[in-house]
Design a protein around this ligand. Sequence first.
Ligand SMILES: [Zn+2]
Length: 386
Amino acid sequence: MVWPETPVERLQGFRPRFCPWPECSEHRRSAPGYRFHRHGAYATVRRPKIPRFRCLTCGRAFSRQSFATSYYLKRPELLVPVAAGLVAGSAHRQLARSLGCAPSTVTRQSARLGRHALLLQSLALETLSGRLCESIAADHFETFEFSQDLPFGVLTLVGRDSWFVFGIDPAPHARTGRRTPSQEARRLARPRRPSRAGYFGSFRRGLDLLLDLAPQGGSVHLVCDGKPEYLDALTSHAGHRRFAIEIHPNPVRGPKGSPKSPEAAARDRALHTVDRLHALLRHTRADHKRETIAFGRRLNAIMERLFVATAWRNFVKGRSERRPDPVTPAMRLGLAGRPWTWRQVLSRRLFPRRHRLPGLWSNLYRRNWTTPVLPTNHRHRLKHAA
Ligand SMILES: [Zn+2]
């Protein structure tokens, strides 16, 4: 994967390789040969000379800053600390207090980081297309939006050798477990939300994503706990013959302190990497800790933050900090030569129309996955941005 180390803001001899305007026919160019003219420069308080250009195809002007992840930001210096804080267990208001900015600034930058991480993951998947050769562990990570009446699972597909997180996909589902009559009445009074086929739909979209990664005509080895919805999704999938599935049902455990049964030990060995990821998410994300007041209000925003965590897990964090093992999952797959810093993750802006977004990710990018129980749901309108 070609990914620069130096942030675009620091490049002296920057030359655009495509037009940043999504409507232009040169926006999707990947080959060399993009035609532009220099069009002066402007200065800001922070930077003395930012070059401007004019596209010779659409005639529109743009600047070097159009290619930076900090485009249009008033506080660009906050992007890196916000990203680092989000995966270090900080909630938005805690971050705002320690960084000296408004909580809404952290919320907006967190959404931007989520969109960037989603596109970075799409770029990584494009690079890995046809190259999947390891076994995948699949399971849903359980959380909720706004209230425990509105639970959803997030499908996580993790490489069993590389520990690379290949995909995440939400699955809204009905609340389970015991409820008092008043809790049940409150739950029934809530506006209905689209489920997008719940676990079944989410797993099916995960299967599509994995088939795109498998070599031409090759098969995918998949390990899961055998939820009935998983098996339904698999048997009804047109490419079901290309999956070799290994099932380890979740065994009954306990009482606390009793030794693991052989079935429980086999299940834990098989799903070790995905269990580790879920434990890491609970430990490092403020919105997924148990009994927290920092829980997420909207599924879409929670998914954005999970994409930030995915980028961190794949590109920044070594496999083990205890050992120490600085090799990141992306390095094991040949996507990166060394661990990335957040500055490197954010060194280039990515444009949604230049990448193929799997499943429902373009809905998440546009913030089209709304939470009906909330009065307002701001979508990501592409007024100035892509
Ligand atoms: Zn153009």
